[in-house]
Every structure is written in structure tokens, then in C-alpha cells.
Ligand binder design. Sequence first.
Ligand SMILES: Cc1cc2nc3c(=O)[nH]c(=O)nc-3n(C[C@H](O)[C@H](O)[C@H](O)COP(=O)(O)O)c2cc1C
Length: 333
Amino acid sequence: MDYLFAPMEGITGYVFRNAHHRHFHGIKAYYTPFISPNQTRKLTPRELNDVRPEHNEGVPVIPQILTNKADDFLWAAGRLKELGYTEVNLNLGCPSGTVVAKKRGSGFLEYPMELDEFLYQVCDGLSKMGMELSVKTRVGKEKSEEFEELLSIYNRYPLKNLIVHPRVQADYYKNHPHMEAFDLAVRDSKNPVFYNGDLFSAAEILQFERDYPGIPTVMLGRGLLTNPALAETEVSQITQENTAAAPHLTAERIRAFHEEVLEGYRQAIPGDKNVLFKMKELWTYLGEAFEDSAKPMKKIRKAQRMEEYRAAVESLLMEKQIRREPVFPGWNK
Ligand SMILES: Cc1cc2nc3c(=O)[nH]c(=O)nc-3n(C[C@H](O)[C@H](O)[C@H](O)COP(=O)(O)O)c2cc1C
């Protein structure tokens, strides 16, 4: 099984990606959080820093773009080409209210005719530039039945791949993936289909592989934040009963990874307060990897100064066991 690291805005920027790539293996490509181009024809400093080649040395990265304007998309793709990228990913999944209100992300799915025209222009422009397009999509705005029409649109274009997160915008991250819509993609897509959504453990990945033997690639998001070693899962070596070959996460590995993320943010972001804010967001996922972590996690959340924060992290790492199988608990339960 090939694994892709899902883009997660605010979390999987270049500092995080570099640290993850150094300390864990198994990721075929990391997708950047979305770049949002507009008329100013300028990447923001945050966007540019995230994709600069010198910030991504040796890390396989695919930049993601969020817009509904073909000329803005092509402008951003051109900038990314200058920086050395040959593939860009279109975000048709973001469910956030402000994005959707601007007809972007999963909000664009409600306008199939405009989406078709957009893809026509984008594919035409990219092929002239010698660049490839992949699409990350939800299966509709309100109902998964919308996916049939969306898929027929995607089928008109030569996509490198179609990454399907089979929720609709209205689901946000609640409910469960609409696997019947994913089945439709598996059956009818003319482009290679990859899966994304709610694969949080080696057992779930194994079950997915059994259910969909023809899908060689999955994109993992929150599962990798709780268990950064999840992509080390060798599906061929595990069975449902025996997960001994499941990835091995240790306190030492987390400590080394954490240290590099922390130092990376300290160099990149002014002010400990801002650094701590980002580290705490990471811990909302990573904290789930530990048994009985409520108390030390509270200390981490409450830490205002760097020394306090470091001490709280160290006491979690020293005092609490890593779960036998660290699994993101989901937002449904
Ligand atoms: C905090 C957060 C930020 C996200 N940011 C992005 C983003 O920038 N672009 C995108 O396509 N998806 C984004 N997503 C969605 C994830 O890429 C992924 O599709 C989603 O988490 C489902 O996969 P999972 O169940 O493996 O986590 C984000 C998700 C989360 C939780």
C-alpha cells in the first residue's frame, strides 16, 4: 500500500513535514495545506515559505491550490513550476464556512457547470506548461448522490489521480464516509482513484485493502497526527488477529520528532506564545497516543511559558505509556 500525507492547514506545514520525514518513514508524498491565490498575484510569505525548495529538500511534496478562478489557479501553478514543482493538487474538499461561501473547496461542488469550465481551462493551461493536475474532492455539497454528476465531469479530464474523501460538505468531519459514492468512483472513474477518510489504525487500513484490492494508494490525515508511524504499516505482513507488524511508536521517537518540530517553529515563528499555540494544536492529536494522558495533557494545554511547556511534555513522555495501538479516536464517538 502506498501512503500519502493529507494536507492539514495549520499543522502540516514545512516544519512539520521535514520533521516527520526525518523521523518516520512510509510516506510517498506530502500535500501542502492549500495556497489560496488571488488577483494580487503574490503568494503570501507563509505560502511562499511553505513551498520554497530550500525548505523542502529531500521531501516529496505536492502543493495544493484552493480557488475557483482558472486564471488564478494557473498563475499559482506557474509560480510553483518556477520553484520546481511538476504537479499541483486542486482542493475541492474544504468544508469551512468562509471558504464554501466563496464557492471554493467543497463549495465549488454545487456549481458543476462552472467546475467543468474551470477544469477545462486549468487542464488546457497546465498541459501547455507541462504540469500535471490531481484533484482532492468530497462527494457533494449536501448529498452523496451529487457525486455521479461530479464524477462524469472529472472523467472528461486527464487527471493524475482523483483523491476521494467520501463525505459531503454538510458532514464536515461528522458521520461516516459514504462508501457507496466511493464505490461509484472505483467502478466508473477514468482516472486513477485514491481513497481518503477515517483510516486511523493498521487494522482499518488492512480492512480497506481487503475491501478494495484495486486501490493501491490511500491518503492518511488525522491518523498520522495521533500515530506518526502509521504509514510504516506493512499491510502485507499483518493480519486482523496479529498486528505485531503494526508500526512501532516509542517515547524516544516522539521525543526526537517533537524536538525537531519545536525547534523548527522557534526558528520560523516569532514569539514563544505563537510557537506554543501551534505545538498545542499538534498535541490535541498526539496526546491520544498515550494511556491515561488527561492530566499531563492539561498541563501542556495550560503552559504559558516555554520551560513550563517543555516540563509538561517531558513528564508525559516519562510517565505515561504509549498505547499498544495508538489510534485517533475520531470525532463521531
Ligand atoms: C485541521 C485540519 C486541516 C485540514 N486542512 C486541509 C487542507 O488544507 N486541504 C485539504 O485538502 N484538506 C484539509 N483537511 C482535510 C484532510 O486533508 C483530510 O481530507 C481529512 O482529515 C480526512 O482524512 P482523515 O480521516 O485521514 O483525517 C484538513 C483537516 C484537518 C483536520
